[in-house]
Every structure is written in structure tokens, then in C-alpha cells.
Ligand binder design. Structure first.
Ligand SMILES: C[S@@+](CC[C@H](N)C(=O)[O-])C[C@H]1O[C@@H](n2cnc3c(N)ncnc32)[C@H](O)[C@@H]1O
Length: 244
């Protein structure tokens, strides 16, 4: 048997690339997303009644995967190089590249959901939306397997004065939410395991990193386990600066 599904909509998010996108939805609560149903499906009334729910499940396609084939064992970042069965993880690299995220529902408008706490890259196709039902989805006695003994690595985050003035100037009313989201992203050390080094040699490859957040380039410097955010620049300006 095989099945063909079409997206019910697409989500716009503050994460324009995989680097810097959180590994789970709850990790960056200040992130935002706007899910627009495809108008040609005439489904806007399908959102009626959803406004009373605080959270929704999104079922989506990992459309930016580039892997050819799937490996039965994978290397989750927090396992620091060890491997584990793919079905014991939330890796995007699955036989059917389908993702599942519980996200916060901020507001419902005709054919549009305003969300926060998302872990999806901008443009992700959404296959389904379901209300989060605390009575059945929240399982008090749940245990968390191998993840219980492997907490996410955390970094200390500092802001330079230059970054603080950039964020206030460029983001205005949205600056405190953006600053919180950037802090939450960096606290979780978005770098792949390969770049993280060891306790003795924590930053062996680079000390200055950049990532795209919304329409901005964020530059930060790693010193040991401290990420100091240096600057924020409009993405278009950053791209223009790269041209010879
Ligand atoms: C570990 S997955 C978890 C996603 C979902 N919460 C789940 O459990 O199915 C989250 C990561 O998937 C990647 N990702 C997010 N959206 C994606 C997309 N549309 N295509 C490919 N990778 C994506 C990002 O690198 C993000 O850090």
C-alpha cells in the first residue's frame, strides 16, 4: 500500500534555516509561526471551535531533508556520538519523513493560526492540525527512556551592547520577544555535535558563528560554554556584504 497526501497549509516561522531551529517545540517558547490554510481547499471553516484550545498538534513533512536513504541507528546530538534506534528518537530522518509537534495556539483568524513555541522551518508543509487534549495527551506516569539521563546541553548567553541596540532599532515592538527567542535558541547550543569539541577543547573549529533568525543574521562568539551575541543585521544587508 502507498498513500499520497497533500498539505492542508504551510507555516511561516522565524526559522529560515535548519541551523538554529530548536529540536523540540517547547524548547524555544518565544518563537513564532503563522499557519495559513491553502485557500483553494476552502477549509477555513474547519478551524471553527479551535479557538478554545491552548495548544494544537501539527503533523508535517520534513520537506528539507537531504538524506538519501534512512539508517536504522542515528546519533542524536545529546548522545554525544553514541547511536540509538531511530524509532527511539525524534530524528527528521525517518522511513516516512513526518513530524509531530505540540505548539501553542495564540490566535485563530479566518484560515490562519497564529502559533508560538514552534520547531518547524519556514515553509514547512502541514498535513494535519489536531487539538491538544490534556485529558488524553498528558500522561502523568510517562517516562522518557534514554533522554532522562542525557539532558540537553546548555550554554550561558550574554548580549553585547551593540546587539541590544541593533535589536531595539531593527525590531521595535517585537524586540523583547525576538531577544528572548534568540537567547532560548543559543542556550541549547544549536551547533552539531561535530562542532562542539570536548570539555578540554570546547571550540576546536570556530569561535564565531552566525545563523539566520527571521529576516536577520545573528552573529555570536563562543568562549568555552559562553555564547556572547555580538550583532544583529538585516539578512539582505548581510547577503549584500558577501558579494564581491
Ligand atoms: C528533531 S525534529 C523534531 C520535530 C518534531 N517535534 C517531531 O518530533 O517530529 C526538529 C528538527 O527538525 C528540523 N526541521 C524542522 N523543520 C524541518 C523541515 N521542514 N524539513 C527538514 N527538517 C526540519 C530542524 O533541524 C529541527 O531542529
Amino acid at each position: 500500500m502507498s498513500f499520497t497526501f497533500e498539505p492542508v497549509g504551510y507555516i511561516e516561522t522565524c526559522f529560515k534555516e535548519k541551523f538554529g531551529t530548536p529540536r523540540q517545540p517547547s524548547l524555544v517558547p518565544s518563537s513564532w509561526g503563522i499557519l495559513r490554510l491553502r485557500p483553494e481547499l476552502n477549509l477555513s471553516e474547519a478551524l471553527d471551535g479551535l479557538e478554545g484550545f491552548s495548544h494544537v498538534w501539527l503533523v508535517f513533512v520534513f520537506h528539507q531533508n537531504t538524506n538519501k536513504g534512512v539508517k536504522a541507528k542515528v546519533h542524536p546530538p545529546r548522545m554525544g556520538g553514541e547511536s540509538i534506534g531511530l524509532f527511539a528518537t525524534r530524528t527528521p530522518h525517518r522511513p516516512n519523513p513526518i513530524g509531530l509537534s505540540a505548539v501553542k495556539l495564540e490566535k485563530v483568524e479566518k484560515g490562519v493560526l497564529y502559533l508560538s513555541g514552534v520547531d518547524l522551518v519556514d515553509g514547512t508543509p502541514i498535513l494535519d492540525i489536531k487539538p491538544y487534549l490534556p485529558t488524553s495527551d498528558r500522561i502523568e506516569e510517562a517516562t522518557a527512556g534514554w533522554t532522562q539521563t542525557r539532558p540537553e546541553r546548555t550554554l550561558q548567553v550574554e548580549f553585547s551592547d551593540e546587539f541590544r541596540s541593533d535589536v531595539a532599532r531593527l525590531l521595535g515592538a517585537r524586540s523583547s520577544q525576538a531577544e528572548a527567542a534568540i537567547r532560548e535558541i543559543l542556550e541549547l547550543d544549536p551547533r552539531p555535535v561535530f562542532y562542539r569539541g570536548t570539555a578540554e577543547n570546547p571550540n576546536p573549529y570556530m569561535d564565531v558563528y552566525g545563523f539566520r533568525f527571521d529576516d536577520f543574521n545573528v552573529v555570536y562568539k563562543m568562549t568555552g560554554d559562553v555564547a556572547r551575541i555580538l550583532s544583529l543585521q538585516p539578512w539582505a544587508e548581510y547577503q549584500a556584504s558577501l558579494k564581491p
